[in-house]
Design a protein around this ligand. Structure first.
Ligand SMILES: [Zn+2]
Length: 218
């Protein structure tokens, strides 16, 4: 976008465009870009309690598995080993953790959110269940939805909390620097998501969740 901004003033000088009209056109152009890219989130504000997050680049991501043999699950390469170590430790305790969903692009999130709006009737209602595009922790690549291999019926359901996998995670995930993003009664007001865990083992990761410029200290 900075390329566009740099080019326009030159053509402005060339054609002698009125500076007020020029400024108006620029404001409109920047606004349209923001809307096209997902609205207020691009400027870093919260939407319906969800914080704004930038999208990880493909080169920072690694495939860590697939969801029950279907779609691939990607996460930050830097956190992949911690995930593998956690899966092995759980396995040693007789618990089978599986990845359900990891990195999700803002474009994919847009589709999921629109679907949720249609189902729930409003953006406000939808946002209790699905983060608006540009506001999902999944875009950062530091986050995984986890499941119990033996309990597909609990995948991305609150009943996941009754599985051995959840009980194990609740007790042990912290050792591998994973924490639940949306526990019961979380201050963001997001619905309880026992399956959704974020990696906070490096300052690069934890700062994404704790030190965003517009984040209130809680
Ligand atoms: Zn999730």
């Amino acid at each position: 976008m900075s390329g566009i901004l740099r080019r326009i003033p030159r053509s402005n000088a060339k054609f002698g465009l009125n500076p007020f009209i020029f400024r108006g056109v620029m404001v409109l152009a920047v606004f349209s870009l923001a809307v096209a890219k997902g609205g207020a989130g691009e400027k870093g504000e919260d939407r319906f309690g969800h914080h704004a997050y930038a999208e990880a680049s493909q080169k920072e991501l690694t495939r860590i598995g697939s969801y029950r043999g279907t779609r691939p699950v990607l996460m930050r390469t830097a956190a992949a080993q911690a995930f593998r170590d956690m899966v092995s430790a759980a396995q040693n305790d007789g618990v089978s953790l599986i990845p359900i969903s990891g990195f999700r692009s803002i474009a994919t999130q847009k589709i999921l959110f629109a679907r949720s709006v249609r189902r729930r009737g409003s953006e406000l209602a939808a946002a209790q269940w699905v983060a608006p595009p540009g506001h999902s922790e999944h875009a950062t690549g530091w986050v995984l939805d986890l499941g119990d291999k033996n309990r597909p019926d609990t995948d991305v359901e609150q009943s996941f909390e009754d599985t051995p996998a959840f009980r194990w995670l609740f007790k042990n995930a912290g050792r591998f620097h994973f924490e639940m993003s949306f526990p019961k009664g979380n201050q963001q007001g997001v619905s309880y998501e026992p399956w959704h865990w974020r990696f906070v083992g490096f300052s690069e990761a934890s700062s994404v969740f704790y030190l965003s410029p517009n984040r209130k200290i809680q």
